[in-house]
Design a binder for this molecule. Structure first.
Ligand SMILES: *Cc1c(COP(=O)(O)O)cnc(C)c1O
Length: 207
């Protein structure tokens, strides 16, 4: 675990932040990683996230990285640093509404279905423009950038084109954050400008 975390942090240098993806993993396992200095953790299920928050140190930055149902938004707004997986206008509206009720502004990323896969969530290329415009118009969400879950590839190089495309969106809309790269392709993602990489298996082992 230490070796894996150190190798990943070396690749990040000061340019990107490692999010340790702790879904399905125990409190003890998370604390081990916390004790190595990691403060950003990612979860993909609301219930699991909510159950873990009170059992772990309060200086952890929690990231919601999984598909989010609108009826669960009220439970996590204000409790997470960033919602990466905003994949519909309806979801953005609900986040805006719940953030408004709490008197806060919620940081979000737009999820892009970058390889146009049937099985994946996220906006398609031709929908990104409208999504950006719309989310920028909302008072209680703060659009910081984009997130993608790239296809699984035996050869991570095959995802370089998708990461480049993500970077071109960031440039086009003058946004700051790109959340991209997982255990199998994080090095390529960093080379193409990732701000956050989301790594689970390499750190915690198989789920
Ligand atoms: C599980 C998950 C990850 C981490 O995947 P690994 O291959 O285990 O590193 C990253 N992002 C999302 C959205 C996930 O659901």
């Amino acid at each position: 675990m230490i070796e894996a975390v150190n190798e990943i942090l070396n690749k990040c240098e000061n340019n990107c932040t490692l999010i340790a993806v702790s879904k399905t993993k125990s409190i003890d396992a998370i604390r081990e990683v916390y004790d190595l200095g990691i403060r950003d953790f990612g979860e993909n299920k609301v219930q699991e996230l909510l159950s873990k928050i009170p059992l772990l140190p309060s200086d952890i930055n929690w990231h919601m990285i999984g598909h989010l149902q609108t009826n669960k938004v009220k439970d996590i707004v204000g409790k997470v640093k960033l919602i990466h997986s905003v994949d519909s206008i309806k979801l953005a509206n609900e986040i805006n509404k719940q953030a408004s009720k709490k008197g806060i502004v919620c940081d979000i990323l737009i999820e892009i279905n970058i390889a146009n896969e049937e099985s994946k969530y996220g906006f398609k290329d031709e929908e990104v423009d409208e999504a950006v415009c719309y989310m920028r118009s909302l008072d209680n969400v703060n659009l910081l950038g984009f997130m993608c879950v790239a296809p699984y590839q035996e050869n991570a190089e095959n995802n370089r084109i998708y990461f480049k495309k993500m970077n071109s969106y960031k440039t086009k809309y003058k946004l700051d954050i790109l959340s991209m790269g997982m255990s199998n392709d994080y090095k390529v993602a960093i080379e193409e400008g990732a701000s956050y990489i989301r790594v689970g298996t390499l750190i915690f082992g198989k789920r």
